[in-house]
Design a protein around this ligand. Structure first.
Ligand code: PMP
Length: 364
């Protein structure tokens, strides 16, 4: 048989993507070449060098010709020990975004709906839509807090298969009060996902609500507190029966051997992580106080970033003026409900000073 002649350009119609994706914009987080990058909520510094040395030793032992441990037992056990749960209550994937995607593939999909309360992390609704899940949007109150009356309205109206909460919420920084999360967990008809990508920076965690029965999961990431955004590793803690369902859906061997090793070794350095978190929380206090002296509205944050809105100048213009001074923050100015807002990640003391003096210059 002779090989088919390759089609000549332009003669064949291009295959159409799924019709329900047609109006969807991709996720954009513009990166620019600047000296001070405070736009993606990463940790300001790398993990300790002892971590890198230990990991190099472990990676030297990897059997490269073999598939990795499909159920990543060592990593699962190390994460479970951290949280005082059983290993079968832990599900890990390539970043907490992939954890969320696996949840949507398993519990969402065509004919089902996920509820989100805006403004919140854009990927909750994006991932839901990509997986064919309908999205019901509830509104937060004017101060960005979660209003239980509005939550009940959405729950009653669409009976969501998945209800997303985010605490601390991105991009507002607000920590959901325990009573609110408990009420949603009690009243939501389906699965409740509490996204705690920034959980370690906050004074309380919904992890204490996880038990063997309740359909509630808490997602976490190695990207922020563990200074390991490059590794792409996240996980959830939930009931074992739910984790077993996710295991059926995720691709086989989705966690490579190096990533499994990186996560397991990182957890040996928990004291370093706690020290970094304490430092960032202190720095957050300093940045928040400094912002309060400028003509901006500031929202109190329980995360490693702070949302603020210049009062006298357009947020968009302030963002550009900061870029001109080689400082990049996240521009939320044109996002729905966040008119004129900017979000700054807490960096090193030096980064934060650079940001604050550039902002002072731009605003005054
Ligand atoms: N959840 C929230 C609230 C986030 O802000 C982020 C990162 N921007 C993630 C999840 C995803 O984190 P990752 O995929 O790096 O674990």
């Amino acid at each position: 048989m002779t090989a088919a002649t390759p089609p000549t350009g332009g003669t064949r119609a291009r295959p159409e993507p799924r019709a329900d994706l047609a109006l969807m914009a991709g996720y954009h987080s513009p990166q620019l070449d600047v000296r001070t990058r405070l736009n993606t909520n990463e940790a300001p510094g790398p993990p300790p060098s002892a971590f890198v040395d230990r990991l190099a030793d472990v990676v030297a032992e990897v059997a490269w010709h073999r598939y990795p441990d499909r159920s990543y037992r060592a990593l699962r056990t190390a994460i479970a020990d951290q949280h005082g749960v059983a290993p079968d209550q832990v599900f890990a994937a390539n970043g907490s975004n992939e954890v969320l995607q696996t949840v949507c593939l398993t519990y969402g999909g065509p004919g089902r709906t996920a509820a989100v309360f805006e403004p919140t992390y854009a990927l909750h609704s994006h991932i839901a839509r990509i997986t064919g899940t309908g999205v019901a949007v509830g509104e937060r109150a004017g101060d960005f807090s979660l209003d239980l009356t509005e939550v009940r309205r959405v729950l009653d109206e669409v009976s969501p298969a998945i209800t997303f909460l985010c605490s601390p919420n991105n991009p507002t920084g607000m920590v959901e009060p325990e009573a609110v999360v408990r009420a949603v967990a009690d009243e939501a008809p389906g699965l409740v996902v509490v996204d705690e990508a920034y959980g370690q920076f906050a004074p309380w965690s919904a992890l204490e609500l996880v038990d063997g029965d309740r359909p509630l999961v808490v997602t976490r990431t190695f990207s922020k507190t563990w200074s390991m955004a490059a590794a792409r590793l996240g996980y959830l803690v939930g009931p074992a029966w739910l984790v077993a369902e996710l295991d059926k859906v995720v691709l086989p061997y989705h966690l490579d051997a190096v990533k499994q090793a990186a996560g397991t070794v990182a957890l040996e350095f928990v004291d370093d992580m706690r020290a970094r978190v304490a430092h960032i929380v202190e720095e957050r206090g300093r940045v928040t106080a400094a912002l309060a002296d400028l003509p901006v509205d500031v929202w109190p944050s329980g995360a490693n970033f702070v949302l603020f809105r210049p009062r006298e100048r357009a947020g968009d213009q302030v963002w550009k003026d900061l870029v001109d001074r080689s400082v990049l923050v996240r521009n939320c100015a044109s996002w729905p409900r966040l008119d004129g807002c900017l979000r700054v990640t807490i960096g090193t003391q030096e980064d934060d000073d650079t940001f604050l003096s550039a902002l002072r210059e731009v605003l005054t």
